[in-house]
Design a protein around this ligand. Sequence first.
Ligand code: C5P
Length: 253
Amino acid sequence: MENSDLNDKQKRRLIVALDVSTADEALEAVTGLRGEVGAFKVGLQLFTSEGASLVKRLAGSGSNIFLDVKYHDIPNTVAGAAREAARMGVWMFNVHASGGSEMMKAAIGSASEVCERESLRMPKIVAVTVLTSSSQQTLDETGIGRTVEERVLQLSELTAKCGLHGVVASPFEARMIRDSIRVPGFEIVTPGIRPSNATHDDQRRVMTPAQAANAGSDYLVVGRPIMGANDRVEAARQIVKEMTEAAGPTDLR
Ligand code: C5P
């Protein structure tokens, strides 16, 4: 594979977290980074401040948008939210796998149905397994009598069984998920990425882009190392370079 093709392929795997509070800041970042990365993630902060109108505007302008608001509610309510997420034109959105199979099936069922009926693009729907901020203590105090790894695997298997497109997990769990879930095309999205020269901020367990790519992550979510950089384009290119070097010329992912 040509180097430039490989570079483009790695770019498509990079998702930038737009963790800002205003539409102006988000639009500035998207304008600067469009063409350098594969997608932009709108999380709870930006969604709470600017809402669906910004998401529609960003998606409508041709960027891939990952709506990261982690739906977790009764199946009927999640079905309704999933339908509206599809109508907003997002490329990916997520639910909590701990909401259970009925809820996850309701999400994928209603999104598929509205996409079919209204000729929309079907978003990827991924499920959060165990938040990277959760520890064994978090699981114990909330009554989950399993280790973090057991719980991640249990929820990943359930997610795959429900027909969702993948999971959000720590890069430290990516290899285990990749080896156990043998569903073709099942994707792993990993935050907690820090380039080799960056500070860790408040992320405890981090991997470099190269390590995460090698561990089996399909998409790498990066926030502060890009959004907080003096030169965001340069920061994004550096990450893509690290991923490309890890992939090597024969990578066919
Ligand atoms: O700035 P940083 O690269 O740490 O941002 C990571 C992004 O991924 C943030 O938007 C954060 O909310 C999100 N995230 C995470 N850990 C998870 C799920 C989402 O860090 N388990």
